[in-house]
Design a protein around this ligand. Structure first.
Ligand code: M6R
Length: 370
């Protein structure tokens, strides 16, 4: 079943171009999103909402974090994201006309399900349509939600979530675009730009995968490391969080993610030659600010590994290990593409550390108990 791959995680990483194709199939036309792919009531329900609340755990929470940037930046709709285990116990205030979105690979995560059930109790009083973005058709979350959008990632066996995350981001991009379209918060031109970008995504993912050998070599330098710091800004902050989660989960290296602008507020004190710092540096509005953050790390002897696109031009600055991960990509496709490189990094570090990649210690694939 593994074919040429040593582990399910590796197989699943390389299945991602196809998983993206399968998740887009039947959900877009050449130029438009098909709102009805969220269900036949979707258009009416989206019409009625004014904000979005996303709830999930682990990797699925990180995809929600990326989507928050998209919802607020691209269509100007308020969007909040929270981990289910906190949300369910803190008596949150949920406003009328909120689209309540759960994200889950398994559809069985106990905390996410409990958060949904709690919100459903308020439904008689308020307009709170529920949507789940889920990879398992017959699951508790799909049964309990008004709307279901299935990510067509196929079965994910490795405990570390890879292709589920990528397809969740595709689903969330389609959701943001659909809501924007129905609410007239997005122009037809922008909708088409997003759709065209998504059509290019399988190719972009494939190109990122082609950097495996370079990333494998970089992974060698983690052999004797106990800590790592991931930095990003904007949508790359949640991608840094996901990179850190993946590294700690399968290689047991303590990894933390920080929004690069927070460095001076504490984490800079950690920096010395023993801590690799991984930065995600797309060519965007925050690149110059990120570059000065990176200089601060370099000045303190930190070992920098930078994932950039072809326009970022960090390669010219000496002292950094730079991986030109991708061509210049858009706001939707960039976080998805950069994450692929981080998945490969964790995988190869785990191989060097000799851990059980598909079944890391102490973890279960589906967390069905608290
Ligand atoms: O099935 P779910 O997406 O609800 O699972 C949520 C988390 O348990 C899951 O993403 C976990 O963090 C992964 N092992 C991360 O790789």
């Amino acid at each position: 079943e593994l074919g040429e791959h040593r582990h399910y995680m590796h197989k699943e990483i390389f299945e991602q171009p196809q998983a993206v194709i399968d998740t887009l199939e039947g959900r877009i036309t050449q130029e438009h999103v098909l709102v009805s792919s969220f269900g036949h009531q979707a258009e009416a329900l989206f019409e009625s909402i004014e904000r979005v609340q996303i709830i999930a755990c682990g990797t699925s929470y990180h995809s929600g974090m990326v989507a928050r940037y998209w919802f607020e930046d691209i269509i100007g709709m308020p969007c909040q994201v929270e981990v289910a285990s906190e949300y369910r116990y803190r008596n949150p205030v949920i406003q009328n006309n909120t689209l309540f979105v759960t994200i889950s690979q398994s559809g069985e995560t106990a905390d996410t399900l409990a958060a949904l059930q709690q919100v459903k109790k308020l439904k008689s009083k308020k307009n709170i349509p529920t949507l789940t973005i889920c990879n398992v058709a017959e699951s508790s979350l799909t049964r309990e939600s008004d709307l279901t959008f299935l990510t067509h990632a196929g079965p994910e066996i490795g405990v570390a979530s890879t292709k589920a995350f990528t397809t969740q981001l595709v689903a969330l991009a389609l959701l943001m675009t659909s809501v924007g379209k129905v609410k007239k918060m997005m122009s037809v031109k922008r909708e088409t730009i997003i759709v065209k970008g998504l059509q290019k995504l399988p190719g972009l993912v494939k190109n990122a995968l082609a950097h495996e050998d370079t990333i494998k070599e970089i992974a060698q330098s983690f052999a004797d490391k106990q800590n790592a710091l991931f930095l990003g800004r904007g949508t790359m902050y949640p991608i840094a969080m996901e990179g850190a989660l993946k590294l700690k989960e399968i290689s047991y290296i303590h990894a933390e993610a920080y929004p690069a602008g927070e460095l001076k507020h504490g984490p800079l004190a950690l920096i010395d030659e023993n801590i690799p710092v991984i930065a995600i540096a797309p060519h965007d509005d925050l690149l110059e600010k990120l570059k000065s953050n990176l200089q601060e790390v370099k000045a303190r002897g930190g070992q920098m590994i930078v994932f950039e696109d072809e326009m970022s031009n960090i390669s010219s600055e000496s002292g950094f290990r730079v991986v030109k991960t991708t061509t210049n990509v858009g706001r939707i496709t960039a976080p998805i593409t950069f994450n692929i490189a981080l998945q490969l990094l964790s995988y190869h570090v785990a191989l060097i550390k000799g851990t059980d990649v598909d079944q890391p210690r102490n973890l279960a694939k589906s967390v069905t108990v608290e």
